[in-house]
Design a protein around this ligand. Structure first.
Ligand SMILES: NC(=O)c1ccc[n+]([C@@H]2O[C@H](COP(=O)([O-])OP(=O)(O)OC[C@H]3O[C@@H](n4cnc5c(N)ncnc54)[C@H](OP(=O)(O)O)[C@@H]3O)[C@@H](O)[C@H]2O)c1
Length: 325
């Protein structure tokens, strides 16, 4: 079994959750942690057992022993940090939102091809057992066409104008941060919408803090999606088919509800250990084992489609990032 030397770029909140789960994988070697601040990198490295700590991202990418970098900086910086890693021939798993807009994502994809180096968006949910079970149910059950998706992702974020949830310079937007999950679900299950309506609410910094999105599709299906940093935690998905419906909470390990005219079942599944960040890392290493530069399960074309829908929603809602758009 080949072991891969992983590096973390940006030692913030999600990097901690990811590192904890990476630690349990037999073919992942926790090699380096890089922060803008050496003390932060050193304490992160010692907390999770990384061998090396770097006080600058530029220094870290020059280390020839690193195979793959997990980028966990705010989305405003994903383009810069992805290019830095790819141009040093480091495979990249980059957090969602992949970047601020399509223009940036296309530059990242181009750099992956030019450097012949692996790149994938860290859309961890795609690899979790719960989502796989939902896809299986849709395939095996006689539900007819999917006609409507209702989905949301809300949580109450502490207002702080400097925080990346409200600071436009750091890509603040509930849509890019959490609304991206309902948009991803609708992309995987219904494809690209033909019509988009969106109603945003803005925070005192001018960042979008809540949004209601309405999508319609060529085949007559619709989706109603919401995200917000201003209400209590909610993360529901409701899929209404011609002959029944599937309902679940996106992240919990609770059963999936399947209801048809003849069935009303709580579908259980093997949720696995932890929160489920390990599955995307396992998949990245499977791709590297096969010398792939993109994932067959979450190809770059999906990330390109996803960001193009997010661009269109932002345009409709008037959400702008002055340093990027
Ligand atoms: N997959 C998921 O479940 C999930 C969950 C939460 C967030 N995310 C995504 O992960 C990314 C990071 O989110 P987070 O919640 O971990 O953010 P965070 O706690 O603020 O951490 C971001 C880290 O980025 C680094 N950074 C580099 N340049 C920065 C700058 N100019 N300002 C602030 N930080 C900067 C910092 O690390 P150093 O100081 O160490 O350099 C900081 O700790 C976002 O794109 C977010 O959408 C994904």
């Amino acid at each position: 079994m080949k072991k891969y030397n992983w590096a973390i770029l940006g030692c913030g909140k999600i990097a901690k959750k990811f590192a904890l789960e990476l630690k349990g994988l037999p073919n992942a070697n926790l090699y380096a942690a890089a922060s803008r601040n050496l003390d932060n990198a050193t304490s992160f490295a010692s907390e999770f057992g990384f061998k090396k700590a770097y006080g600058s991202y530029n220094e870290m990418v020059k280390d020839p022993a690193i195979d793959v970098v997990y980028i966990a900086t705010p989305h405003s910086h994903h383009l810069e940090h992805t290019l830095l890693c790819l141009n040093h021939k480091k495979a990249v798993l980059c957090e969602k939102a992949f970047a601020i807009n399509s223009k940036e994502v296309l530059q990242m994809v181009k750099a992956s091809k030019e450097n012949n180096t692996f790149l994938m968006e860290a859309f961890w949910v795609r690899f979790r057992p719960k989502f796989k079970k939902v896809l299986d149910l849709i395939k095996i059950e006689d539900l007819g066409k999917l006609k409507m998706i209702k989905s949301d992702f809300n949580f109450l974020g502490d207002y702080n104008p400097e925080n990346r949830l409200f600071n436009i310079d750091l890509g603040a937007s509930s849509l890019l941060d959490i609304g991206i999950y309902p948009v991803f679900t609708s992309l995987v299950l219904l494809g690209k919408p033909t019509q988009i309506k969106a109603i945003p609410q803005f925070s005192p910094t001018g960042s979008e803090e809540s949004i209601a999105v309405f999508l319609s599709y060529e085949n007559g299906s619709t989706a109603v999606l919401n995200s917000s940093f201003k209400s209590d935690y909610k993360n529901d998905v409701e899929l209404s088919f011609e002959k029944g419906f599937i309902k679940y909470d996106r992240f919990s390990k609770d059963p999936i509800l399947l209801q048809t005219t003849t069935k009303n079942q709580q579908i259980t599944f093997d949720a696995g250990p932890n929160l489920g960040y390990q599955y995307e890392a396992v998949h990245v290493m499977e791709c590297l084992d096969k010398n792939l530069i993109e994932s067959p399960i979450l190809p770059l074309s999906t990330s390109i489609e996803l960001i193009s829908i997010l661009d269109a929603i932002r345009k409709e809602a008037g959400i702008v990032f002055p340093n990027h758009d």
